[in-house]
Design a protein around this ligand. Structure first.
Ligand code: KG4
Ligand code: ZN
Length: 360
């Protein structure tokens, strides 16, 4: 089955064709990051307008790169939430129009479930159940994946998401958006133990994340050291040891919290497979630390290639393969605050109504 998928939840307009949920035939991404970089973060109004401009050329390229024409496509898929409402509506409205015009089925897909499904593209042997750490610009979840569409969220962030923790400190440094890749690159030449940042300890010993205390400590340290970065110099690889040490120590503090909670969740529930997903999964510090901790704890680790960690449509096509088809185009819409567990419950109900259980 060939699925043409569309993603437009934030600042990437993307289209991909995926075969049988596991093989990528094309994967086209038009990023607006350079534009939002000027403002230090994504400007929702600009994002919506840029999606409108990009969606037709991106779709044409997605189909052409796969070497296919419309009759070859069996099914369409689109990210329905969570995300920026205007941005989501561009993808969803366009996909609905296309489905109507082509008379093809259209599958709405949860953005975080799609991030997770990036792992299926790279590791065809991966099947539920397993544990997942999903870390993006808006979410930080530890999820027990019981079946393809059946999720239990074991931990969330209580304040900032991991990606925000990178983006906000990047902005304070004067580095711009998105901050994760910039801090990641600078951190590579620094000492992760140069600055001793506080470890977050939640009073109830839950596996939830909290980055606000760390962020305050980082802002205080920036002020104490009077540290500011020159983005142009950083682009050319020119920056001093103090900046590299700060970034390396800060990154280490963020990824240590993520990795230790994920491994603790696996050990506590006796789950021996862990999948990493979301934009922050591209972080080299997180990838290295999790590789080490999972070996020590005899857990198999699955990580998508870097280009499939950040927003793309191939992951949407991969996930759509496992989702039920809604009864009609009017029964659903873009949902900017769509919760993963709520979506999971809806999918299970839809499977039950069609006489097929998602839970084995
Ligand atoms: O998943 P994603 O592309 O979009 C959302 O769904 O939010 O994630 C974007 C987030 C941004 O906060 C960005 O700074 C972060 O992922 N990110 C990284 C890296 N690459 C992207 N964070 C840390 N290290 C990276 N290499
Ligand atoms: Zn994302």
């Amino acid at each position: 089955m060939k699925i043409l998928a569309i993603e437009s939840s934030c600042d990437e307009t993307a289209c991909a064709v995926v075969e049988d949920g596991r093989t990528v035939l094309s994967n086209v991404i038009s990023s607006q990051a350079d534009l939002h970089h000027l403002f230090g973060g994504v400007v929702p109004e600009i994002a919506s307008r840029k999606h409108v401009e990009a969606i037709v050329p991106v779709l044409r390229s997605g189909l052409a790169e796969a070497g296919l024409s419309w009759p070859d496509i069996d099914c369409l898929a689109v990210t329905c939430g969570p995300g920026l409402v205007g941005a989501l509506l561009v993808g969803v409205s366009f996909a609905k129009g296309l489905a109507q015009a082509l008379n093809k089925p259209l599958i709405p897909v949860h953005h975080l479930a799609a991030h997770l499904a990036a792992n299926y593209l790279n590791s065809p042997e991966l099947e539920p159940p397993f544990m997942a750490l999903i870390v993006s610009g808006g979410h930080s979840h530890i999820v027990l994946v019981k079946d393809y569409c059946d999720f239990e969220v074991l931990a969330r962030t209580r304040d900032d998401a991991a990606g925000e923790a990178f983006d906000k400190i990047s902005r304070a440094l004067g580095l711009g958006y998105p901050g994760g890749p910039l801090i990641d690159a600078i951190a590579a030449s620094g000492n992760p133990e140069a600055v001793a940042f506080p470890k977050t300890r939640l009073a109830d010993h839950s596996l939830d994340f909290s980055f606000s205390g760390l962020k305050t400590a980082a802002l205080n340290e920036l002020n104490r050291q009077q540290l500011q970065a020159d983005p142009e110099a950083v682009k050319q690889g020119r920056y001093d040891t103090r900046l590299a040490d700060f970034c390396s120590s800060y990154q280490h503090a963020v990824v240590s919290e993520l990795a230790s909670h994920a491994v603790t969740a696996c050990s506590a529930l006796g789950v021996n497979r862990l999948a990493l997903a979301g934009g922050v999964a591209a972080n080299h510090g997180l990838r290295q630390l999790l590789s080490r901790l999972t070996v020590q704890n005899e857990i198999s680790l699955f990580i998508p290639p870097v280009q499939l960690c950040t927003d793309n449509a191939a992951m949407v096509g991969a996930m759509a393969c496992y989702c039920p088809q809604p009864p009609d185009l009017d029964s659903w819409d873009a949902q900017p605050s769509l919760d993963l567990e709520d979506w999971s419950r809806e999918q299970t109900q839809a499977f039950i109504q069609r006489g097929r259980l998602a839970i084995s």
